[in-house]
Design a protein around this ligand. Sequence first.
Ligand code: NAD
Ligand code: MG
Length: 393
Amino acid sequence: MKPQGIAVLGATGSIGVNTLDVVARHPDRYRVVALSGHRQVDRLFEQACRFLPLYVVVADAASANALQGRLREQGLATEVLYGAAALERVAALSEVDVVMAAIVGAAGLPSAMAAARAGKKILLANKEALVVAGRLFMETVREHGATLLPVDSEHNAIFQSLPHDYAGNLDASGIRKIILTASGGPFRQHSAEALLQVTPEDACRHPNWVMGRKISVDSASLMNKGLEVIEAHWLFAAPPERIDVVVHPQSVIHSMVQYRDGSVLAQLGSPDMRTPIACALAWPERIEAGVASLDFFSMGSLTFEQPDLQRFPCLGLAFASLQSGGDAPAVLNAANEVAVAAFLEGRLRFVDIAKVVEATLAGVSLSASGTLAALLDKDGEARRFAANKVGSC
Ligand code: NAD
Ligand code: MG
């Protein structure tokens, strides 16, 4: 069998590194064609030396020149490209069969769309792409015969728990509800008063998962679960009222599908992203991911609770934006990205993230418009509004 060509966009991040870990276990199956790393040039250099891609992509010309020089010194033929257009270009290369979309934030949308237009097999970690442009993204995937496989652990769990021939109709498949599990994050047991004091370091210390800083803050605020509700809506054609969120602090059950006859199918595993990555890479085959099996005898008990929308209003805001439809989720996402960046830089309190998002949803005019250009325009407008709001918090 000829190895499949893979482009890992966001290769230097948490998902990217885990993807390369799985890929490295299967040199006969996968050949790395392209890697992107934005500003993490040293890590990208090491990855290029190890995986010998045809292309690497960085943020700007100066880093590209410097990296190109270092790679030449090593005798590597890898070509260094830069900028957002280069991400789109490598996502559509004829040598690329599989695109891992693992850039963080709306910045990952254009290259994920390019992969969809080129009919690639897309492994989607970048949930923000679906939050910003879900309808358009799903239409593009369908029109161009692309294959979309979810990498987000909850959505991968749901994908595994759905009938194999699931065609986007819950009723036709006898499904009552999609149940997303949430760990509850590091502040699950914090009082409203304690939440006033939390720092970026506290927020990035997730009890079960090691992840990038932005998604770690999102997990702490439950915005991550809100983004995942929107992601599930588009991936599985599930209306918001048929998506439930259950807090399950042990993160053993990664999500579930509840059927009409009372059955609930779930996927369980260790909290290690290499499992959903390997599942999506090889589907419908199963490959070694370097992950140990669950040990039921040392696991202890599995518990479940309701999410608290008072202390964690971001989840409610995400549901509300999905109910409004149109570009409301894109506005929610843009405001959240601005607020989270400000929190990580020490310019905003944790509890004010939700306030900035709420004010932006109320302050920016929302519309039903769906072209990519219109959505990106709205994203820009929402970012400016949110940045102002951060300044006045
Ligand atoms: P990360 O911060 O660790 O890595 C982000 C990657 O994107 C890096 O390679 C970085 O260089 C690149 N990048 C950042 N800004 C960019 C820009 N403006 N343009 C181009 N590239 C840029 O993030 P992560 O934790 O790996 O998450 C990546 C995506 O996967 C996110 O959308 C996240 O929600 C999703 N996800 C992550 C996890 C996880 O366990 N980490 C789980 C589920 C979903
Ligand atoms: Mg997730």
